[in-house]
Design a binder for this molecule. Structure first.
Ligand SMILES: [Zn+2]
Length: 443
């Protein structure tokens, strides 16, 4: 066997949600081949899991990875001002190398905090793919589509998206391409339906922002006479392969549509709180049987890519918003970040739980830390007490990417240096170098 993880506490997230004490897990050819006590035999890589939780890698279902370059450059602003004054002017200067540097930094940050798969939406998809392949993470890359500049823009982006779908089909199983129509207010009905057609043809998913802020929904209602999910239903866009990011402002009627069509949700509590977007009705989604997953959104609105923070925030926010301390308990939140997220991406046959036959996407959480003592309840600790930095070892597709805190694929110092250099270059080109503390140093 290739990797043997020995004698840990396995939080499996399988159908029975079993927690197995003093169990081992073997990986061969990238897949989990055995879960048992005291597995015998030779392995190329043996990982001591005593006093560690062994669990499926976390899955971040909504992010814009390269936006790590914007981290901390524009805080404490509402969404539209934040976008129009701070983000778009800098994004207008983005070059492929910036996206590569920012994505590489994001992959490093995500892996180091136990994220083994992420769902991205950003420009220069090939650069994101490159950083996925080099870092060892698993990436679902949604090709961004919009046609606010006119029909030609949409057509050209669709052509490029199709090229990306073909280029990555059957190439490396760690890179998958989705279609990423940005939002119902930036895409025409024609473009949305073409994206749906293309997704069906390539048997892939659709990743779209829906109903993030109250203002956006109000404007949409004024313009189209319908709320976003009602509109998407009417044009025939919705289906089981649609993952809606945010879905914050949704009526009961819209929730019925989402349930009927099998739409999945990527909930981003930290970003929604920071931009004062609102509180998604997650407890109601769960009651309605809608699949919920968790995303960090980009580092410009979070400002970290740490799903442990996201899990805790999600649970707390639902309790405070419903006035019910039992709303969205720890077990449910852990599902959002693992098996629920895999389902949201249509990848639940491959990842999301520790089961024989699934891919070897496994992380270890170090229980020797004071914040995780005494070990009363592993699931509670993972949601309410653990932090991303408590992750010590990360395996993706059977390859040990991080071991006891050290990267085996990337040079952490080099990636950080490269990202700072390119962030400074980008902000200089946008005449906003003063936004970076780093920029002042250089001046
Ligand atoms: Zn987003």
């Amino acid at each position: 066997m290739d990797v043997l993880i020995k004698d840990g506490i396995l939080v499996t997230m399988d159908k029975e949600r079993r927690i197995l004490k003093n169990f081992s897990l073997a990986i061969e050819d990238g897949a989990i081949v055995e879960i048992a006590r005291g597995i015998k035999g030779e392995a190329d890589f043996v990982i001591d899991a005593r006093d560690r939780i062994v669990m499926p890698g976390l899955i971040n279902t909504h992010t814009h990875a390269a936006m790590t370059l914007f981290r901390g450059s524009a805080d404490d602003l509402p969404l539209m001002r934040w976008l129009q004054e701070e983000i778009w002017p800098v994004e207008a200067k983005l070059e492929p190398k910036h996206v590569y540097a920012g994505s590489l930094l994001a992959c490093l940050e995500m892996l180091s905090s136990g994220i083994t798969c992420f769902n991205d939406m950003y420009y220069h998809l090939e650069e994101v793919a490159r950083s996925v392949l080099e870092s060892g993470i698993r990436g679902v890359l949604s090709y961004p589509l919009l046609d606010i500049a006119g029909e030609e823009q949409g057509k050209e982006l669709l052509r490029q998206a199709e090229r990306a779908l073909r280029a990555h089909s059957g190439r490396n199983p760690r890179v998958r391409v989705f279609l990423g129509p940005h939002a119902p207010y930036t895409c025409s009905a024609e473009l949305l339906l073409k994206a749906k057609e293309l997704a069906e043809e390539h048997r892939t998913g659709i990743h779209i922002h829906v109903s993030e802020t109250r203002e956006e929904v109000k404007n949409f209602l004024e313009e189209k006479g319908k709320r976003p999910f009602e509109y998407l239903e009417e044009i025939g866009f919705l289906g089981k392969n649609v993952l809606a990011a945010h879905a914050v402002h949704v009526t009961k009627r819209e929730m019925g549509i989402m349930k009927r069509r099998g739409v999945r949700v990527a909930h981003n509590p930290v970003s929604n709180m920071k931009l004062a977007a609102g509180i998604a009705p997650v407890a109601e989604y769960v009651k309605a049987g809608i699949t919920v997953s968790l995303g960090t959104d980009g580092a410009a609105s979070n400002n970290t890519l740490d799903l442990f923070q996201e899990m805790k925030t999600c649970a707390l926010l639902q309790k405070v918003s419903t006035g019910d301390a039992s709303a969205v308990p720890a077990q449910t939140v852990l599902e959002f970040a693992t098996i629920g997220a895999a389902r949201a991406l249509g990848l639940d046959r491959e990842i999301g739980s520790l089961e024989v036959g699934k891919r070897g996407d496994v992380i270890l959480v170090d229980l020797r830390r004071p914040n995780l003592k005494p070990l009363s309840n592993p699931v509670s600790h993972l949601v309410y007490a653990a932090r991303g930095c408590d992750v010590c070892t990360v395996v993706v597709d059977g390859r040990v990417v991080v071991h006891e805190g050290s990267f085996r694929t990337l040079d952490m110092a080099e990636v950080c240096r490269f990202a700072e250099e390119e962030a400074l270059d980008l902000f200089k080109k946008a005449n906003k170098a003063e936004k970076l503390f780093l920029g002042e140093e250089a001046a």
